[in-house]
Design a protein around this ligand. Structure first.
Ligand code: ZN
Length: 113
């Protein structure tokens, strides 16, 4: 027998299944900073063509840290931090669906959830 279509449950299932692809997520925020290296002959000495420096700004053991990211890893790290944002968004949506369902059940005053 086919159960009636429940869009909320379909959405929840879809989100849950998508979480596996976010397993490489990283915490914190991605920071790109511009800086001069200080060498007088470098192109950055004009103050305009500065070097990019990449960092993860993150709490470790409750303390804010800025971790330097090697330039060649910057794009990967940026994506992994973006995964965390998508993970949180999915979790919030799933919680919203579940809360709605919980309230519905509660109203019916019946079965435990
Ligand atoms: Zn320089």
């Amino acid at each position: 027998m086919k159960t009636p279509r429940e869009p909320d449950l379909e959405l929840r299932g879809k989100l849950i299944r998508s979480l596996g692809s976010l397993r490489e997520m990283l915490p914190g925020s991605f920071v790109e900073r511009k800086r001069a290296c200080g060498r007088p002959t470098c192109h950055c000495a004009d103050g305009k063509r500065l070097h990019s420096q990449y960092q993860i700004s993150v709490l470790m053991d409750g303390k804010p840290k800025a971790l330097t990211i090697p330039a060649e890893l910057a794009e990967k790290v940026r994506e992994k931090i973006e995964m965390r944002r998508r993970f949180d968004a999915a979790a919030a949506t799933i919680c919203g669906v579940n809360l709605k369902r919980f309230l519905k059940e509660k109203k019916k005053g019946g079965r435990p959830v």
